[in-house]
Ligand binder design. Structure first.
Ligand code: GRF
Length: 190
């Protein structure tokens, strides 16, 4: 059974979907959720699911990546999954898990990616540009921001009168389907 660690800074709705998806089968399991925020909603979501969470200070993520790698290795983690984790991943962590760290981004990368492009900022920029289509991308994590090889992408149509809120809801719904599929594809399981 493959062991997955999720990294999350926010509400954790993707984390919850990933846990529910894989815990319904026996090919993979989420063994821990790591956060940089002690009050993030993801902690509350994991409690009833029985998934342990741990908060590591921003200083650890920035200056002591070997502690993160040691923790992941002590849990025998095979794959690291970023789900709304709002910190750059230290190159030492990327090196330790190269090819086995994924991220999900709420646009059709390379469009609307890079520094400052996260959460609502992405949807605001997409709508301000008058795009007719956006989407979701799952990609490998590298040292650059939103630059790694793309695993899967799914377009989302933008309707007239679309707002940041309606677009965010549509994107989230697509993410819930796409991310478990992409993780399974990289792990080589169903
Ligand atoms: C998602 O929209 C994802 O694309 C982005 O951060 C958001 C996380 O949402 N990277 P949630 O915490 O999973 O609800």
């Amino acid at each position: 059974m493959y062991k997955i660690a999720i990294l999350a800074s926010g509400s954790g709705s993707n984390a919850e979907t990933i846990v529910r998806h894989f815990h319904a089968g026996n090919a993979a399991r989420v063994v821990v959720v790591l956060s940089n925020k002690a009050r993030a909603g993801v902690h509350d979501r994991m409690q009833p699911l029985g998934v342990a969470t741990k908060t590591l200070d921003n200083s650890v993520w920035a200056d002591e990546p070997e502690r993160v790698v040691a923790l992941l290795r002590s849990l025998d983690v095979d794959m690291v999954v970023l789900a709304g984790f709002l910190r750059r991943i230290h190159p030492a962590i990327v090196t330790a898990y190269r090819g086995r760290i994924l991220n999900i981004h709420p646009s059709l990368l390379p469009a609307y990616g890079g520094k400052g492009m996260y959460g609502r900022h992405v949807h605001e920029a997409v709508l301000a540009a008058g795009e007719r289509e956006t989407g979701v991308t799952v990609h490998h994590v590298t040292d650059g921001i939103d630059e790694g090889a793309i695993v899967m992408q799914q377009p989302v149509a933008i309707d007239s009168g679309e707002t940041v809120e309606t677009l965010e809801a549509k994107i989230h719904a697509v993410e819930y389907d796409l991310y478990p599929l992409a993780i399974a594809a990289v792990l080589g399981i169903d």
